[in-house]
Design a protein around this ligand. Structure first.
Ligand SMILES: Cc1ncc(COP(=O)(O)O)c(C=O)c1O
Length: 355
């Protein structure tokens, strides 16, 4: 290893208390975390230590001015039990793109990947074995300088935590096309994986759920007609044989599943176009029978098949089945579990214990 990551291990692992058939969502954490401090213009003291609460000064700048960004990724296992990490380089690069937008320092991308590999290697027994489950990895960075005043902080923490997770949606989902609230405007922070974007989405998502929908379908900030993305997913529509996904315009997240699905679809011979697409076009395609299927893509869920979209008083029927979505999901899962050739070179497989 190029970087010197110091390791302090727990005396006894908590994994023996985990029932892999019944993992509580988002509340189970592995034994350790990777942590690194930023002071005086450099990242220092990369280490793995037992996961514990970190004392926070009430003036910590992340709490007031929101310099907080994160990533989400997953580790799975191959048939021999070796941990697999999916496209870690992309998450490392996206964290730094988010850091740029939020006035935060870059985290060295090679140290991001090395820290991740060391942590996953150490926590390999926490990776759930069943299909669709995974060890969710949460790298994040926040400003921990105690200071009242509006400027970029001078001290930060970068941490990676891990949490075992079962697969999320198996049912087909219903989306609410949101015309009152927006997620992101051109020139805003929509392309950054910044904590504040999620804070702004909480209330509209609660309102959509109260109406019986699963997630919000976000529309553009100006005309409320161009489709952006869904909750924590990007979106794909199949219309008349062609796949369409909103093009990146600075206001949607550059999803790594989105990128991967575009590659898989093209590899299977489907036409995929990245372009602006309006909600009216979807309503029209539903009416004239050319809307064949639609799905959301994201690390947490993989592929989520879309049943219908609420647009004001109208319920737009999408489809009752998603044959291509299912095929892509199976391919993605087969790649992530080493059951099929990694022909895109997306995987890091940890054959030996690293720490
Ligand atoms: C707002 C938003 N859009 C899209 C995605 C999907 O991105 P990825 O495929 O990298 O998980 C996520 C999840 O990270 C998200 O939070």
């Amino acid at each position: 290893m190029k970087h010197n990551i110091s390791i302090t291990k727990v005396t006894e692992s908590g994994v023996k208390n985990l029932d892999f058939n019944n993992i509580p969502l988002g509340t189970t954490f592995t034994d350790h975390m990777f942590i690194c401090d930023y002071n005086n213009g450099e990242w220092t003291n990369p280490r793995i230590e037992p996961l514990k609460a970190i004392p926070t000064h009430p003036a910590a700048m992340a709490l007031h001015y929101g310099q907080a960004i994160f990533e989400g990724m997953k580790a799975t296992k191959d048939a021999d039990g070796n941990p697999i990490i999916f496209r870690a380089d992309k998450n490392a690069a996206r964290l730094n793109a988010s850091a740029d937008r939020m006035g935060m320092p870059h985290f060295p991308e090679d140290l991001f990947v090395e820290g991740l590999k060391a942590l996953v290697s150490l926590e390999r027994n926490w990776i759930p074995p069943s299909e669709g489950s995974a060890l969710y990895l949460r790298p994040f960075m926040y400003a921990d300088e105690a200071f009242i005043g509006m400027r970029a902080a001078t001290s930060y923490k970068f941490i990676i935590m891990a949490s075992p997770a079962q697969s999320l949606y198996s049912k087909r989902i219903k989306l609410w096309a949101e015309k009152q609230y927006i997620r992101a405007a051109q020139g805003g922070t929509g392309e950054a994986k910044a904590a504040g974007n999620y804070a702004a989405a909480i209330r509209p998502t609660e309102l959509a759920k109260a109406k019986g929908y699963d997630q919000v379908l976000w529309l553009d900030a100006v005309e409320r007609k161009y489709i952006q993305e869904v909750g924590t997913m990007n979106i794909f529509f199949k219309i008349n044989g062609e796949f369409i996904t909103p093009k990146r315009d600075g206001s949607i997240l550059d999803g790594i599943t989105r990128l991967s699905v575009i590659a898989i679809l093209r590899d299977k011979g489907y036409e995929v176009t990245e372009r602006a697409i309006t909600i009216n076009e979807i309503q029209e395609a539903s009416k004239n029978g050319t809307l064949e299927e639609a799905f959301g893509t994201g690390t947490a869920v993989g592929i989520a098949y879309i049943q219908e979209i609420g647009v004001g008083d109208e319920v737009v029927h999408v489809s009752d089945e998603s044959p291509v979505g299912l095929e892509v999901n199976n391919t993605l899962n087969a790649i992530k579990t080493g059951q099929t050739e990694d022909k895109f070179n997306w995987l890091i497989t940890l054959k030996k214990e690293l720490v």
